[in-house]
Design a protein around this ligand. Structure first.
Ligand code: GRG
Length: 301
């Protein structure tokens, strides 16, 4: 069931602004040596993106109890960390040796706006910076370690980078449904699920909350990519901010190429439904996560 999105729109806008301000503050200054590297890093991470991962951090924390009981600075640090890893992955994904894209978030990709070496280095520098920010969190050190471990697994070869490797290897091939699910679960789902986990770690989720949030994160992580596959063939290019039809043109297997548009839509609906069922024990505390699930399902870009 879809929840009303009215109050949620304002919440989302305010949290997009919140993470944007926190990122602006935390990123190295553009005039700090080496200037060009820092400018490329800031160009990539600031002023764009839906901030879905950051919003999931905040919404998952809220699902563990009233926001006033939580360490708000640590939440910002976790939200910034996951957005920084995401931005690094986009820089590398756009490079000529990967997807070779010239447009991202409605502006030239980092290797186009700067140069290839700067883009590679910016991504390289952003990755460790994200982990450094997690270690700055003033919460129980055992939970800091858990957060670092969660983000490390989600972004490495058993997560995002591993999914990208399967993706690169799959061009021109027909993947089985299991293999396609594995690819998407790793490439996109892992970081989205980690965003939910990071919110839960900072908010010190108890065992039942943890189980619900893990299930939700897994379902919505995959649903996000199914919707992405659908948008790749249906979205208006002026809204998308990136090259549409790219995956289809590159002969990459997607949920749409495997199942067709209708069945892909049904799958996205089914994953959304399972994600909401997982949240049921959390009651009203999960309202923002329910709204996030609706937003992910209904998004136009
Ligand atoms: C280790 C070389 C190396 C690379 C890292 C590149 C890479 C591994 C992984 C790529 C992962 C990737 C780019 C997945 C695509 C995920 C995806 C759907 C991106 C778009 O996310 P949105 O829609 O983007 O949230 P915005 O711009 O809104 O933040």
């Amino acid at each position: 069931m879809m929840a009303g999105l009215e109050g949620f729109d304002a919440w989302l806008r305010s949290h997009v602004d919140r993470v944007e301000a926190a990122l602006d503050e935390a990123m190295p200054r553009p005039d700090a040596v080496p200037e060009r590297l820092h400018q490329a890093m800031r160009y990539s991470v600031l002023g764009g993106g839906k901030r879905v991962r950051a919003a999931l951090v905040y919404a998952a924390a809220r699902a563990c109890g009233p926001a006033g009981d939580q360490n708000q600075t640590a939440l910002d640090q976790a939200a910034c960390s996951v957005e920084l890893i995401h931005a690094y992955s986009l820089i590398h994904d756009d490079l000529p040796c990967m997807d070779d894209d010239v447009l991202r978030r409605g502006k030239p990709t980092v290797h186009v706006a700067f140069d290839e070496a700067s883009a590679l280095l910016a991504g390289d520098a952003m990755q460790p910076l994200a982990f450094k920010w997690l270690t700055d969190m003033k919460i129980d050190p055992a939970r800091v370690v858990q957060a670092v471990r969660t983000l490390a697994i989600a972004s490495g070869s058993h997560g995002m980078a591993g999914g990208q490797a399967i993706d690169l290897d799959s061009v021109g091939k027909t993947l089985s449904r299991e293999r396609l699910e594995l690819m998407h679960t790793l490439k996109t789902g892992a970081l989205l699920a980690a965003s939910v986990s990071l919110g839960a770690i900072v908010a010190n989720a108890h065992a039942q909350q943890w189980v619900c949030l893990n299930d939700y994160g897994r379902m919505m992580g995959l649903a996000f990519q199914v919707v992405d596959d659908i948008l790749d063939v249906t979205a208006d290019s002026s809204q998308l901010g990136k090259t549409p039809g790219k995956d289809a043109a590159a002969n990459k297997p997607t949920y749409v190429s495997l199942l067709g548009l209708n069945e892909a839509r049904q799958l996205a609906d089914a994953l959304h439904g399972q994600a909401l069922s997982a949240l049921a024990p959390l009651g009203d505390d999960a309202k923002l996560l329910i709204n996030m699930a609706d937003y992910i399902l209904l998004r136009k870009n």
